[in-house]
Design a protein around this ligand. Structure first.
Ligand SMILES: C[S@@+](CC[C@H](N)C(=O)[O-])C[C@H]1O[C@@H](n2cnc3c(N)ncnc32)[C@H](O)[C@@H]1O
Length: 217
């Protein structure tokens, strides 16, 4: 597993936060399988052929999405995450599902490492853009590495999610928490993706999450 985190940097703070949660994420995936938002992302991704493709799963967590695509015939994947704990769990799932030889893991901030990453047919950002301050660079770097399908989920623009996120953001500032959530302008994020040459091919949502899957024009 490659590593990049600079001790004390925001990458490490976010990584440590999610490493503390990684066992819970793994337990939930083991017992409950894919979350509704992940099922929707896969529905959108499957509108294009999956067999033989390469997958880049940014902020991959315990690996639910790229591992599912590998089992469905994708050829290879790279999972990148700031959290070593999440990647340890992802590796374990990859071994248990017999696809470990087809996937590679990188620890660190995708924006900092993107110049070293190869292009993929399918790129996924599931519940990641709301954990990262510089959404513009994250989305721009991710689309630049995408040959055809770009799949993203972000918090849904409704009162519940906006209040939860804004409440967390205020508390994090006052209490000086090391981990921050971010509420970005989601319309601007969509425009940015379109400006990089993508068009929307699938849209769906749960109460909490908006799912958008694009293809390169
Ligand atoms: C809310 S979790 C979602 C994990 C997984 N995608 C899922 O849906 O189960 C967000 C993950 O994104 C990672 N992350 C956030 N920004 C990142 C970045 N710029 N590069 C790599 N990983 C990132 C965090 O470390 C965390 O594990």
């Amino acid at each position: 597993m490659d590593s990049c985190c600079v001790p004390g940097g925001s990458c490490c703070e976010t990584g440590s936060f999610f490493s503390r949660w990684s066992r819970i994420y793994a337990k939930r995936f083991r017992s409950g399988g894919l979350e509704p938002v992940q099922k929707y992302l896969l529905q959108g991704i499957r509108l294009q052929p999956v067999h033989g493709t390469s997958v880049l799963d940014i902020g991959c967590g315990v690996g639910a999405l790229h591992l599912t695509l590998l089992k469905e015939g994708a050829d290879r994947s790279v999972g990148i995450d700031m959290s070593e704990g999440m990647l340890r769990e992802a590796k374990r799932f990859a071994e248990d599902s017999g696809v470990a030889a087809h996937t590679h893991y990188v620890v660190g901030d995708f924006v900092q490492l993107s110049s070293r990453m190869t292009e993929s047919d399918i790129t996924i950002l599931d519940k990641v853009v709301c954990c990262y301050a510089d959404v513009e660079n994250l989305v721009s770097a991710a689309t630049a590495k995408t040959k055809h399908t770009f799949a993203l989920s972000h918090p849904k623009e409704n009162l519940l999610m906006k209040s939860l996120f804004k409440g967390h953001m205020v508390l994090a500032k006052i209490l000086r928490w090391s981990f921050h959530l971010f509420w970005h302008n989601w319309d601007e994020v969509a425009s940015l993706i379109r400006s990089h040459g993508f068009e929307l091919m699938y849209e769906n949502s749960t109460i909490s999450w908006q799912v958008l899957v694009y293809k390169r024009k």
